[in-house]
Ligand binder design. Structure first.
Ligand code: UTP
Length: 406
């Protein structure tokens, strides 16, 4: 690939400004980074003004717990049958930086135990087995890491002997990285031979799997469905037969688990219909009018919050994987080099961080199974160091759920 020509076309030649000072090895390093830069993401990010402002948002239908009751046995039977046949795999999204928690290491390596060691990753694998062991089957689990935490994640599993999980059913893959841009959309250099990169958000998981040949691998194992979950909830119900069974019986190709919000103000994204497609409306996007809007029966229209447990049919997701996804931009302080090559530690936000979000994938589908689950049974996130959604709150919820002293 002619890197210089490619950069010229993208109006990004400035990243080669120290090229003449680099050793052949450093040059190679820079070129291979540049070959992997997702320029389409940059273009999309710089072109999309806040298109979401013009979106038409309305409430979505939910398969409530009360509604599930009547068909529970049928769903369970269909789900268990598919699980037994190995049709579902799990994807654990563990490429985040967990900046709010401030734990030294990947979030999944947090020790949730109090009187003994009990790690978040270990708990998640136990949650998988709670669904599959009774069926005498083993689920393939794909753990998404990033360049930042890949080695430490893999060595953590090695040190703990994969927590007894069959090693041939555990797979680790790196998510793609996205470059940081200056406020004009130009690539920033972290060093003279390296661009500034950060994980590209939790919405790039499918394309990363595809790029690495892992979707084909899954299909060769006979996997048809993916349960895609965040790493950070100790009650994450992974491989739930009821969920899969309900999707199969209802002929849905994607799903999102939701819980009833404690208050309309709770800071979780709510299920909705956006421009005629299933979606999640972010907390910050909901106007007060929408937040407090009620149905005729007195319930809130945006009552259900998504808990980052999504279900996707592989074949149907593949059909849509080429579609352009919205790029979410955050203005951050990112250390970089200035024009002269001197390091800059910015006092003010100076850069654009770009991310894809998983819930945007729902919008590629015509319908989605928004499936209510019992909050105390399935939702115990660890986001913060203390207080709400912290290690402390998650420990209490875990103990209450499993009666297991940590
Ligand atoms: P969060 O949005 O809570 O982000 O991720 P985070 O990085 O874990 O934490 P903060 O915001 O820095 O404190 C929700 C889920 O998406 C994953 C996270 O690992 C978590 O499971 N994620 C997030 C990725 O896998 N990759 C990303 O680039 C971002």
């Amino acid at each position: 690939m002619d890197i210089r020509k490619m950069l010229q076309e993208q109006d990004q030649l400035q990243v080669l400004r120290f090229e003449s000072e680099l050793t052949p090895e450093e040059k190679q390093n820079l070129y291979s980074q540049l070959e992997n830069v997702d320029f389409r993401m940059i273009r999309d990010a710089m072109q999309s003004a806040d298109k979401k402002m013009a979106d038409e948002i309305g409430p979505a239908d939910t398969l409530t717990i009360a509604m599930q009751e009547a068909d529970k046995e049928t769903y369970l039977q269909a789900g268990n049958e598919a699980l037994k046949q190995g049709k579902m795999a799990a994807v654990i999204l563990a490429g985040g930086q967990g900046s709010r928690l401030g734990h030294d290491g990947p979030k999944g390596t947090v020790n949730v135990g109090i009187t003994r060691d009990k790690y978040l990753f270990e708990i998640l694998l136990e949650n998988v087995r709670r669904n599959t062991d009774p069926l005498h089957t083993v689920m393939h689990v794909y753990i998404m890491t990033s360049d930042i935490n890949h080695e430490s994640t893999v060595s953590f599993f090695e040190e703990h002997d994969y927590f007894g999980y069959p090693k041939d059913h555990l797979h680790f893959f790196r998510q793609d990285m996205a470059p940081a841009l200056d406020l004009q959309g130009k690539l920033l250099l972290e060093t003279k031979s390296g661009v500034s990169l950060a994980p590209n958000g939790n919405g790039g998981w499918f394309r990363s799997l595809q790029r690495q040949g892992l979707v084909d691998q899954m299909k060769s194992f006979g996997v048809e469905w993916l349960d895609v979950v965040s790493v950070d909830s100790v009650l994450q119900n992974i491989g739930d037969p009821l969920y899969l069974g309900a999707a199969l019986v209802k002929g849905m190709y994607c799903g999102a688990k939701v819980v009833s919000k404690v208050t309309p103000e709770e800071k979780v994204g709510a299920s909705c219909i956006r421009n005629g497609h299933p979606s999640i409306v972010e907390y910050s996007e909901l106007s007060d009018e929408m937040r407090y809007a009620k149905n005729p029966d007195g319930t809130y229209q945006y009552q259900y919050g998504a808990i980052v447990n999504y279900l996707f049919n592989i074949r149907e997701t593949e059909k849509r994987a080429g579609e352009s996804m919205p790029v979410h931009k955050a203005i951050k302080k990112i250390s970089c080099l200035d024009e002269s090559g001197a390091p800059v530690v910015p006092a003010e936000p100076n850069a654009i961080k770009m991310e894809y979000f998983i819930f945007d994938i729902l919008e590629f589908f015509d319908s989605c199974l928004f499936m209510e689950c019992i909050r105390e049974d399935e939702f115990a996130p660890i986001k913060n160091a203390s207080g709400v959604d912290s290690l402390e709150s998650a420990r209490k919820l875990y103990t209450a759920r499993f009666g297991d002293i940590l």
